[in-house]
Design a protein around this ligand. Structure first.
Ligand SMILES: Cc1cc2nc3c(=O)[nH]c(=O)nc-3n(C[C@H](O)[C@H](O)[C@H](O)COP(=O)(O)OP(=O)(O)OC[C@H]3O[C@@H](n4cnc5c(N)ncnc54)[C@H](O)[C@@H]3O)c2cc1C
Length: 471
């Protein structure tokens, strides 16, 4: 019996797609950077089915690409072009298994859409703090496998901080039931951490226990114009101090990003009363105190006095608040119509953000005069999306041809400043060899040994995350 016929006996004929048109959406990466081929897309409906399918793959040496919502941006979730791999999608495993209100936890299937999980927490008066632009289609299994970040990391931490337990199908088909809801457990290696951020290279996450938090009753947002990124960093310190650490998000937005959203996305106008080079979005949240508007006002007054604030708008309604968040979320898409953009998802220590921006802008200006820096993102975490946009009069392909050169300049500066070349989106296929330039051989060697120990046949998302071996 062929491998696919055998798999069909486990999942049934409807849960195995082989027609190219049925598979299309599973083969293309979100930014169209990678378009792969696959033998089939398998859609199991339970952990047991995943395990049986993986056992067949292990026995027949069939390579697997685990896939969640396919929203990741580094090519880890799509197969290679040779068409030899199968995709195992967790799409049909989309249930919330149970809710523990006293303990503040949820047990979820890996294929649960992030927005559905948030809604479920909300129904019980809680919140799940992972908030990202792709939340309507990404899945918690994908969030865990990429250790996703988002706008509230500043206060609640990355996905890693939200996970108490995991259920994983290992590359030999065994099921590891690590679905504990313990907050403290010092009994040896914390194995779940290997799979969080593991990008599907060590096993398929099939279930998880995640934390819920009391839903803040009060929130106050402001968009604040600042003279420069250094003032933004000072403002973060001030806001944290004056609010009693109630800052749940802080994003930096440059003038060009507002202009691009207004120009390319319907329904947006410039929210600021005048044109400022830099602005930040600051969100305060609290379950206890309803005076956040006063707290924000005090922060602004102190900011004006110390000249780190130039101007501010404080939304008066939920709708206005959502519009400001909407503007922030639209920045990624609004760059597309302007031509080539060379993306970086970097982090440096928060206090060094201003120096990073200065150094990177100056270095790129010397090799691509008139490039347009679109530098935005999670300044509160030291994480910037540093996306130099092509000069207006340059050919797009000529500009994109400089991708490697630009990456090298930017990543060298990041490395020199003890930063990370991938703060949020992971490594996947896009950055696996880039990572090898900046991680020590000791670290890469440890990663290879872990991979070898858990997946000696190299069937679980091969060719992703780990750098290619040199001849
Ligand atoms: C508009 C937009 C905004 C975004 N904003 C953010 C942001 O603010 N912060 C952020 O961190 N990311 C962001 N992302 C990136 C992306 O949404 C996240 O990386 C997300 O966590 C990926 O989840 P997914 O379900 O789509 O995973 P996929 O893309 O399907 O997979 C991602 C990786 O995990 C593996 N994988 C998926 N499911 C499993 C599983 N069950 N078991 C084992 N391995 C698995 C895949 O093989 C792949 O390597 C954004 C993306 C878009 C398109």
């Amino acid at each position: 019996m062929s491998v696919l016929a055998e798999i069909e006996t486990i999942v049934g004929p409807k849960a195995i797609l082989t027609d190219p048109s049925d598979m299309q959406g599973y083969l293309v990466e979100w930014r169209d950077k990678y378009i792969g081929k696959a033998r089939a897309v398998i859609l199991p409906k339970s952990t047991e089915e995943v395990a049986e399918v993986v056992k067949i793959c292990a026995r027949t040496n069939t390579k697997i690409v685990p896939q969640g919502g396919n929203t990741s941006l580094v090519g880890g979730s799509v197969p290679f072009e040779d068409g030899e791999e199968i995709i195992i999608s967790t799409k049909r495993m989309n249930k919330v298994r149970s809710v523990d209100v006293k303990g503040g936890t949820l047990v979820v299937d890996a294929g649960c859409i992030l927005a559905d999980l948030q809604t479920k927490a909300d129904e019980f008066g809680f919140m799940f703090p992972l908030r990202i632009g792709s939340e309507g289609s990404c899945q918690i299994g994908g969030n865990i496998s990429t250790n996703a970040g988002g706008v509230q990391v500043l206060h609640y931490g990355n996905t890693r901080e939200q996970v108490l337990g995991l259920e994983v199908v290992l590359p030999d088909g065994q099921i590891w039931n690590g679905l504990t809801n313990l907050r403290k457990n010092n009994t040896g290696y914390d194995l779940k951490q290997l799979f969080i951020g593991g990008e599907g290279t060590l096993g398929i996450v099939t279930g998880a226990v995640v934390k819920m938090y009391p839903r803040p009753k009060y929130q106050q947002l402001a968009m604040i114009a600042v003279p420069d990124p250094a003032a933004a960093v000072s403002l973060l310190g001030l806001a944290r101090k004056m609010s009693g650490d109630q800052v749940t998000a802080m994003e930096i937005i440059p003038r060009i990003a507002i202009d691009l959203v207004v120009k390319h996305v319907e329904g947006y106008s410039d929210p600021m009363p005048a044109r400022y080079d830099w602005q930040v979005l600051i969100e305060l949240s609290s379950s206890a105190s309803d005076n956040l508007a006063d707290v924000m006002q005090n922060i602004l007054e102190e900011g004006f006095e110390t000249e780190i604030v130039l101007d501010a708008i404080v939304p008066a309604s939920d709708a206005q608040q959502q519009k400001l968040w909407g503007l922030r979320e639209e920045i990624s898409g609004a760059q597309k119509p302007e031509g080539g953009s060379i993306k970086h998802d970097i982090s440096v220590p928060v206090a060094d953000i201003p120096e990073f921006i200065k150094r990177a802008d100056a270095a790129l200006q010397s090799i691509i005069p008139n490039f347009r820096p679109v530098t935005f993102g999670h300044i509160g975490d030291g994480n910037l999306h540093y996306n130099p946009l092509q000069p207006k009069d340059m050919d797009k392909q000529e500009y994109l041809g400089k991708w490697e050169e630009v990456n090298r300049v930017v990543h060298d500066i990041v490395h020199d400043m003890n930063g990370s070349i991938s703060a949020e989106h992971g490594i996947g296929r896009l950055k696996k060899n880039e990572m090898a330039l900046y991680k020590s051989s000791v670290e890469i060697d440890m990663m290879r040994k872990i991979k070898q120990a858990l997946d000696p046949q190299n069937i679980m998302n091969p060719g992703k995350l780990l750098p290619d071996l040199k001849d």
